[in-house]
Design a protein around this ligand. Structure first.
Ligand code: CAA
Ligand code: NAD
Length: 291
């Protein structure tokens, strides 16, 4: 099937990135959030990132402007009614996602594919909340979306071959490398990544080292582009905690129990870079790190 119009719900760090790559790939995009201010912030981020690509000569000024013009933004779900593919990128909470997918299912056109960018939640269960489980799939982009190559493609038990093929093709046309995996808690990416991040938090919790030392050891010692706590701040500590809870509950093994320090930081609203404070402090929500 041809995917020309893409709806993206959630204009946060992932949603605006997904809208960015889809628009650059020539798709008409509708970017939605619950509040006009969040949508505007998402649009501004796309403008900034597109501007950076133009400045570096990676995209022509005309192509950048045309991509931006293809992104329509709003708060009304009805704008999705003629989308061919809807990618959900809202908060990592199963109940909230189910509620949203039931609404999308009721208004999207019958042929539309519904995809979730969830980091960990069962695609099969989200699909079961809709009347089109065959046209439901996990399309898991990595952060920051404009830069990262991977899209993890996760089929639920009922996902059709046609749906998987269309989403794999779309991911390729968005300039990404899709890799398929099965629908198990945390899939592959977060089943492997989150225990490392959690262990790094335990190292701080137990006084083994400071966050700076943990990050420097992993960055210089393992050649990781970011230390695990810088990465956790970048992902969002609330999102990391939600993923760990899905892994813990879904796989039934205490090795995935979230570190109490992580729980406490999220309780405090220290959600990482996007909130201005996590393991490090930032000049403003989403701003530069400060000493
Ligand atoms: N949006 C768009 N572009 C960005 C960006 C952003 N938020 N951040 C950086 N970039 C671009 C820069 O413009 C730069 O582009 P050029 O190569 O064209 O100059 C490039 O990325 C490199 O940026 P910098 O030189 O500023 O910084 P860096 O070399 O430290 O790279 C990074 C930044 C790409 C984010 C790198 O630190 C990195 O790869 N970090 C690890 C990211 C990672 O692991 N992501 C996965 C997270 S887990 C996940 O996504 C799944 C989940 O479910 C939680
Ligand atoms: P975020 O907090 O930056 O943004 C989420 C956005 O969704 C917010 O703007 C919020 O207002 C909006 N939202 C919440 N409920 C909504 C609703 N009912 N309708 C419309 N909009 C709603 O979160 P994020 O980091 O972009 O993560 C979004 C999803 O992507 C999560 O499922 C997360 O697990 C997944 N993900 C995150 C990362 C990451 O590194 N942060 C990477 C891959 C996947």
């Amino acid at each position: 099937m041809t995917i020309q119009k893409v709806g993206v719900i959630g204009a946060g760090q992932m949603g605006n990135g997904i809208a960015h790559v889809a628009a650059l790939a020539g798709r008409d995009v509708v970017l939605l959030d619950v509040d006009a201010a969040f949508v505007e912030k998402g649009r501004k981020t796309i403008e900034k990132n597109m501007g950076r690509l133009v400045e570096k000569g990676k995209v022509t000024a005309e192509a950048g402007a045309a991509a931006l013009a293809r992104v329509k933004a709003g708060t009304d779900l009805a704008l999705l009614s003629d989308a061919d593919l809807v990618v959900e990128a809202i908060v990592e909470n199963e109940g909230v996602k189910v509620d949203l997918f039931q609404k999308i299912d009721a208004l999207a056109k019958p042929s539309a594919i519904l995809a979730s960018n969830t980091s960990s939640i069962s695609i099969t269960r989200l699909a079961a909340a809709t009347k089109r489980p065959g046209q439901f799939i996990g399309m898991h982009f990595m952060n920051p979306v404009p830069v990262m190559q991977l899209v993890e493609v996760i089929r639920g038990i009922a996902t059709s071959d046609e749906t998987a093929a269309a989403v794999v093709q779309a991911a390729k046309e968005f300039g990404k490398t899709p890799v398929e995996c099965r629908d198990f808690p945390g899939f592959v990416s977060n089943r492997v990544l989150m225990p490392m991040i959690n262990e790094a938090v335990f190292a701080v919790h137990e006084g083994v080292a400071t966050p700076e030392a943990v990050d420097t050891i992993m960055k210089l010692g393992m050649n990781h582009p970011m230390g695990p706590l810088t990465l956790a701040d970048f992902i969002g500590l609330d999102t990391c905690l939600s993923i760990l809870r899905v892994l813990h509950r879904g796989l039934g093994d205490d090795k995935y129990r979230p570190c109490p320090l992580l729980v406490q930081m999220v309780d405090a609203g220290w959600n990482g870079k996007k909130s201005g404070r996590g393991f490090y402090r930032y000049a403003a929500p989403g701003g530069e790190r400060v000493p």
